[in-house]
Design a protein around this ligand. Structure first.
Ligand code: TRP
Length: 333
């Protein structure tokens, strides 16, 4: 385990996981857990950058944790934890905040976007990328899978390693690489197939969540955006909406796209949509059953959270100790 490279990724608790996550999980998690030492966490501290209802936030954190497990993320072979359970995140974030030039944060486009449509902007929203850097650097992560929208935050994280080394020397923080998945190999939004399906999309017609009811799933797929042609064929350029549906169909049914296209010769898009919706409902059934069971057993979820945290803490504490030494803080005896 020690010589495997470390993967780390976090997910803020907004929205629910989507069929895009389901397909990503199917394709990647098993392989990744064999090749890497994987760390996944629920970014509950990041969620506090926008006002949260306390009860809803707590429920959502449980729900998120349960959704990852229901998708098949194995807590034995991966380290799955809740960010706030490792106090080192907040500590390192503060120390890094004191190393971060205001100018670097002022340039963050995500802050500009988010703050332009929020009335009460708090300082946490501004320093959000520094906490994210702390998340990554604490675990000496080699690879960080993130969405395209996180590219600039990853750059800040890498800059901070350089700033650190200039001030305190090398050997404490590891330079991480961002891994940004390629377009095409992913599930796109149902209403706007030019963008990725995202759990935090404000329009919920754009995604199918893994815990949507069958009725909702049917409705969303039926109203997915397609062109006005009627011939079912795969054309990424001219028929991106249909191409997206065919891709989902193909992955979930394990049939080739060509075979599916043949099956729908002479049929309308509507037939394909109805069948795809049924397929998605069937596919998600066992996931939803597992999710429901887990949500009925919060004690068990808490146990798994504690187990994940105690695994994660070892690495985090090790890094923080070095950070204390570098910075001149006295490490608690
Ligand atoms: N900011 C990330 C997002 O919105 C979530 C996140 C927080 C994260 N900390 C992280 C992702 C550390 C990767 C590594 O998607």
């Amino acid at each position: 385990m020690a010589d495997k490279k470390v993967i780390l990724s976090g997910s803020t608790v907004t929205g629910d996981l989507t069929i895009g996550n389901y397909i990503g999980a199917m394709n990647n998690w098993k392989k990744m857990q064999e090749e890497y030492n994987c760390h996944y966490f629920i970014a509950d501290l990041h969620a506090l950058t926008v006002a949260q209802d306390p009860k809803a936030l707590r429920e959502r954190c449980f729900s998120f944790f349960a959704q990852y497990l229901a998708l098949g993320l194995d807590p034995e072979n991966n380290t799955i934890f809740v960010q706030s359970h490792i106090h080192e995140h907040a500590e390192l974030a503060w120390i890094l905040t004191c190393l971060t030039p205001m100018g670097n944060l002022n340039r963050m486009t995500q802050f500009k976007d988010k703050s332009s449509n929020t009335k009460n902007i708090n300082a946490g929203l501004f320093t959000y990328p520094v906490l994210m850097a702390a998340d990554i650097l604490l675990y000496q992560a080699d690879v960080v899978p993130v969405g395209e929208d996180q590219r600039q935050h990853m750059e800040l994280c890498r800059d901070l390693v350089v700033f650190w080394e200039n001030r305190y020397g090398e050997g404490t923080l590891k330079m991480p690489e961002a891994y940004i998945g390629k377009a095409g190999a992913r599930v796109m939004s149902l209403q706007d197939p030019s963008k990725k399906m995202s759990k935090s999309d404000e329009n919920e017609k754009n995604f199918v969540s893994i815990i949507d009811t069958p009725k909702k799933i049917q409705k969303k797929i039926k109203s997915a955006q397609t062109d006005s042609d009627t011939v079912v064929s795969f054309d990424q350029e001219k028929k991106p909406g249909l191409a997206n549906l065919l891709t989902i169909y193909s992955v979930l049914s394990e049939k080739s796209i060509d075979d599916i296209v043949k099956d729908y010769e002479g049929k309308m898009y509507g037939h394909l949509k109805v069948d795809l919706a049924d397929l998605v409902v069937e596919t998600l059934k066992p996931v939803q059953e597992k999710y429901d069971d887990l949500m009925k057993n919060k004690d068990y979820l808490e146990q798994l959270m504690a187990k994940g945290a105690s695994k994660a803490r070892v690495r985090a504490a090790d890094t923080l100790k070095k950070v204390y030494e570098d910075t001149g803080l006295i490490f608690r005896a």
